[in-house]
Design a protein. Structure first.
Length: 136
């Protein structure tokens, strides 16, 4: 059950970050976000405050302006590589969150089927028994 609770927390956090991201990108306003994510406007504002407060506590450091020396030309390649690494790390993080969401859904549906089978006394899960066709 702890695993299920952790997955729910990750799913909640992912939803919250997605909503805040869409608001900051200008795709949604507060009312639209509340409707899309089925929460109240107050909840949207609370989530915005939480994310913005967290960003304020851990600001992104500003990068120094690039110099124009020949030595910096080699540094640019390093910066490009570092930017690619950062981009790939962000993709990995996003994919891990999506994997967690998929795991949560699998656990949720499995639990839902088990409870329904117990309460209704029916076999809901499909049995994997296939028979070859003689038509070929």
């Amino acid at each position: 059950m702890d695993q299920l609770k952790q997955l729910r927390m990750r799913q909640h956090r992912q939803t919250m970050l997605q909503m805040v991201s869409e608001i900051h990108q200008g795709k949604l306003n507060i009312t639209q976000a509340a409707n899309k994510f089925s929460v109240t406007r107050h909840t949207v504002k609370t989530w915005l405050d939480k994310v913005e407060d967290k960003a304020y506590e851990h600001p992104v450091s500003e990068k120094p302006a690039p110099s124009t020396s020949k030595k910096s030309q080699f540094g640019r390649a390093d910066k490009d590589a570092a930017a690619q690494v950062d981009e790939l790390m962000a993709k990995v993080s996003l994919l891990e969150e999506e994997l967690d969401a998929a795991k949560f859904k699998a656990i949720y549906y499995s639990t839902l089927i088990q409870v329904a089978e117990q309460e209704l006394g029916l076999d809901i899960e499909k049995k994997c028994v296939t028979k070859q066709s003689d038509s070929f």
